[in-house]
Design a binder for this molecule. Structure first.
Ligand SMILES: C[S@@+](CC[C@H](N)C(=O)[O-])C[C@H]1O[C@@H](n2cnc3c(N)ncnc32)[C@H](O)[C@@H]1O
Length: 348
């Protein structure tokens, strides 16, 4: 059986490692199949129920798709190719279902849009199985994904994006849980002693929640300068009953030494503001400079920091002049249309 997993482009290695850590029995793994970043194709001899149960626990992925058929689509009549192939695929699960929906992810340039694929594939399914199309809450989600000249057909196993599982409350700026998971992994936090972890731009608390679940012995601190995200983070932490181990306060990341002791944190993991909330371009540089200076003081000697940043040239310039941190790792990822980078930097 072939299963396709989705993640953020750039995080494929984290998925492979997590599969190994969970001892999930697979016979092969291919990262970026169909020349597409953000995908992992695995094959397994295990039954669907067993493997799904294990895969649903992974924190680095968004969706799990059971693959049924992969076929080429032509330039001349791609929708016709989709139609004729959908007549031949054995969608056994649909025989006993009442409703379905076709969902499409599409990469590449095409003469059609995703909706055309859904209509074409969906009408064949209605004709073959006599099911109702239910867009909002279908019993089964059929996937017809297009990767350039290939169509990948199958069933979507999970309804909700797995990376949202921790948060009851979100905002537009909320980070995906899977990216937070990868950042926490990158920080290599020890479990052999009790450690303090900080996210000083915690927003709605995504990193705090992921850190609390990944490191049950750690004490987690979060702060944000603004009232709204601070209140949302509190609600998310309370919702997961983590108030005793996750401490949140409202404070400016440019003034961390006013609120935290020196040499207190084993790591800082944070998704820095990209600049949308700040008025002038120069403000971002000043904020980052002060945040780095303050972080240096509150981190243990030799500690590392993992930060997600969009304008990485600012970081390069600041590190070059301050010489307080050295870059250990850079991972370029994709978040919708944005291409930020995750940096692991170590206190000199
Ligand atoms: C990219 S968002 C972080 C999103 C967060 N990871 C989440 O999942 O919700 C950046 C956050 O930095 C906060 N922020 C902006 N300037 C700040 C400052 N000077 N000090 C502390 N927080 C600040 C914003 O309120 C925003 O919540």
């Amino acid at each position: 059986m072939k299963i396709l997993l989705t993640t953020s482009p750039g995080l494929e290695d984290f998925v492979e490692t997590e599969i190994k850590e969970h001892n999930i029995k697979i016979t092969s793994i291919e990262k970026k199949p169909f020349n597409t970043k953000g995908l992992i194709l695995i094959t397994t001899d295990s039954g669907l129920n067993l493997i799904s149960k294990k895969l649903l626990k992974l924190r680095s992925i968004y969706f799990i798709l059971e693959l049924l058929h992969i076929f080429k689509i032509s330039d001349t009549n791609p929708l016709n190719d989709i139609r004729s192939n959908f007549y031949d695929i054995d969608f056994k699960k649909l025989e006993k279902a009442r409703s379905f929906r076709v969902t499409t992810s599409r990469t590449g340039l095409h003469s059609f849009i995703s909706r055309d694929v859904q209509i074409e594939a969906g009408s064949v399914i209605v004709q073959r199985y006599g099911l109702n199309v239910e867009l909002k809450n279908p019993e089964i989600i059929v996937r017809a994904n297009i990767y350039d000249k290939l169509c990948v057909a199958g069933f979507q196993i999970n309804r909700e994006d797995l990376s949202n599982r921790n948060k009851a409350f979100t905002m537009k700026t909320s980070l995906k849980g899977s990216i937070a998971y990868a950042m926490i992994k990158l920080a290599c936090i020890t479990n052999t002693r009790q450690v303090n972890i900080l996210d000083p731009f915690c927003g709605t608390g995504t990193i705090l929640l992921e850190a609390a679940f990944s490191h049950p012995n750690a004490v987690i601190y979060g702060s944000d300068a603004f009232e709204k995200p601070y209140q949302v983070a509190i609600k998310n932490i309370e919702n997961k009953k983590l108030r005793t181990r996750v401490h949140i306060q409202q404070c400016d990341a440019a003034e961390l030494t006013k609120h935290f002791e020196r040499n207190f944190f084993c790591t800082i993991i944070s998704n820095l503001p990209f600049g949308a909330q700040l008025s002038k371009k120069a403000d971002l540089r000043i904020l980052y400079a002060r945040f780095l200076k303050e972080s240096y003081e509150i981190l243990e000697p030799g500690a590392c920091m993992v930060i997600l940043i969009l304008k990485k040239h600012i970081l390069f310039e600041l590190l070059k002049t301050s010489k307080k941190f050295s870059i250990e790792r850079e991972i370029n990822i994709k978040m919708g249309p944005l291409k930020p980078s995750i940096f692991k930097i170590r206190k000199a």
